[in-house]
Design a protein around this ligand. Structure first.
Ligand SMILES: [Zn+2]
Length: 88
């Protein structure tokens, strides 16, 4: 089960063409079909891999989480401003 799960998790990771945290484009992949080995590197410098226990783990954490949070707050504030401008 562990190897089978590792293969499914590797396939799942390899499907992530953008950083799961911030959406930056992927720049490098290692791994292939029916293998429990997978590494994905993203433009933001985040790296994820499937480890020896068959689990997806971050090798280098995405540095953009705060930028992503700020962007979300900006979108929410813009929606608030548009609602207020609409005279609600
Ligand atoms: Zn990222």
């Amino acid at each position: 089960m562990t190897r089978a799960l590792g293969i499914v998790r590797a396939a799942k990771l390899l499907m992530q063409s953008q950083c799961p945290v911030c959406g930056a484009d992927r720049t490098e992949t290692i791994g292939g079909a029916r293998s429990p080995i997978a590494i994905c590197v993203y433009r933001c410098t985040a790296e994820f891999e499937v480890d020896g226990n068959g689990e997806i783990i971050p090798m280098n954490v995405c540095p953009s989480a705060s930028y992503g949070a700020a962007a979300r707050l900006n979108r929410e504030a813009r929606a608030d401003a548009l609602r207020q401008a609409g005279g609600a």
